[in-house]
Design a protein around this ligand. Structure first.
Ligand code: ATP
Ligand code: MG
Length: 416
């Protein structure tokens, strides 16, 4: 089957919000092996929504339209679908009850306006998932179908994964199982990664299964998604596993995690396995390292704390850094040793550098030193980062965490 996506909303055309819904839906369709050749954005205008729907139905078997299902006058997606279907709208008493329940659950009375959301084109039916107050719709037209989902991202996601993708796959007569896995990397640029994996990609192209795709995700690193199809789930899983093994042989430790893992969750797991604890001294990152680590549930098993040692005096007095320059590798090492001792941890980490925009101690913005002190000794790295002040700080965090990760992997028996 072919499925198009139409995002409704004048704000999308004016650039007031970015159409992340279409991107996300596109990704889900691709994962499910459903062809999606066009995405359209259209303002809140019934005639233009009708035209967009008609054009899409000339090219595709199915259309997902998102947005404009709210309770106000300018929410006209329902009416546009009814017009395309050539039917009236009718009141759905069950939907009204569900909307009333949603309001009651929050201790509120349903405003009269929300009754509009219980109006459904004749022949259509509501999508069972309804996380918010807006019901989604599935509206068959002959053997084609229009699905309508609300614009609110978390509401539509439940509907797309819970109903729409399954319905599309059923329409496709698909009995194939599709599985995918994301390998997350840090250390290589996108072009370097593409170059290293080129022989693998070429080898796979002749089969078309599994497939590999790159997704750049900024400070989260580069993701490699492997997608495998097979008649049976275990066969798809076996294909995935084999391809993962191949890619790991090529990229080694540059792969830091898989699927839901993050750099910080991986580090916490590595420290926990080794029974080690962590403390951080943060100059230019000002607490960002601690924020990222404590975002992970269970961080308290390994994380003692972080000292924002921003002023030089704090570095000298609390961390016992020898007086002198503070943007050097010696300073990063001394800060790591200082915080390790001060907070009584097995591992001490430190960041010091120039976030910009102006230089410091004759060093250019983006010059950053990261330090590590632990049972295995002290070590540091100089990294040269580019970008805004904010980006330099965020890149420092991930560079520091990756530094520790590689050291931990290299010393599997190290412990406090
Ligand atoms: P509501 O019941 O909230 O009015 P709705 O179906 O009418 O839902 P919209 O009014 O179009 O949806 O959008 C609601 C909110 O969802 C928008 O303010 C915006 O934050 C978000 N949103 C809408 N469309 C998109 C989109 N294409 N991509 C990302 N976010 C979107
Ligand atoms: Mg709305």
């Amino acid at each position: 089957v072919r499925c198009e996506v139409i995002a409704v909303g004048t704000e999308l055309l004016l650039g007031q919000i970015v159409d992340t819904n279409s991107a996300w839906i596109g990704e889900q369709l691709a994962l499910a092996g459903i062809d999606a050749h066009y995405q359209t954005r259209v303002g809140d205008n019934q005639q233009r929504i009708v035209t967009a729907l008609r054009v899409a139905l000339e090219r595709a078997d199915a259309v997902i339209v998102c947005g404009g299902l709210g309770p106000t006058q300018d929410d006209i997606t329902r009416a546009a679908i009814a017009e395309v279907m050539g039917v009236e709208m009718e009141h759905d008493a069950n939907v009204e009850i569900r909307i009333r329940e949603r309001f009651a659950a929050r201790g509120r009375e349903m405003p009269r306006n929300n009754l509009r959301q219980a109006q459904i084109p004749v022949g259509g039916k509501p999508i069972p998932q309804m996380p918010g107050t807006a019901p989604g719709l599935q509206c068959p037209i002959g053997d084609q179908v229009i699905y309508a989902v609300p614009g609110v991202p978390w509401e539509l996601r439940e509907m797309v994964t819970g109903t729409i993708v399954a319905d599309l796959r059923r329409r496709a007569g698909a009995s194939t199982q599709i599985r995918s896995r994301i390998l997350r990397t840090w250390g290589y640029s996108e072009s370097k990664l593409a170059e290293l994996l080129a022989p693998r990609i070429t080898a796979l192209e002749s089969f078309g299964n599994p497939t590999i795709a790159f997704l750049a995700s900024g400070i989260e690193g580069l993701k490699i998604r492997i997608t495998a199809k097979a008649a049976e789930e275990h066969a798809a899983a076996a294909l995935l596993g084999e391809e993962e093994r191949q890619i790991r042989t090529i990229l080694g430790d540059n792969i830091f995690g898989c699927d839901e893992q993050t750099m910080e969750s991986v580090i916490i797991d590595l420290l926990r396995e080794r029974g080690m604890t962590l403390a951080v001294a943060e100059s230019l990152t000002g607490g960002l390292v601690a924020t990222r680590i404590t975002d992970v549930a269970g961080a308290s098993d390994v994380f003692h704390g972080s000292l924002t040692a921003y002023a030089s005096a704090v570095k000298f007095e609390l961390l016992e850094l020898p007086r002198g320059p503070v943007v050097t590798s010696q300073a990063a090492e001394a800060m790591a040793q200082g915080v390790r001792r001060l907070l009584g941890a097995d591992v001490g980490l430190a960041t010091t550098g120039v976030a910009g925009p102006s230089s410091q101690e004759g060093q250019q913005p983006g010059t950053v030193f990261i330090g590590l002190a632990w049972t295995q000794g002290v070590d540091s790295r100089c990294v040269r980062l580019a970008g805004s002040r904010r980006l330099i700080r965020e890149l420092t965090v991930i560079s520091l965490l990756d530094f520790l990760r590689r050291e931990l992997i290299a010393a599997p028996d190290a412990n406090g």
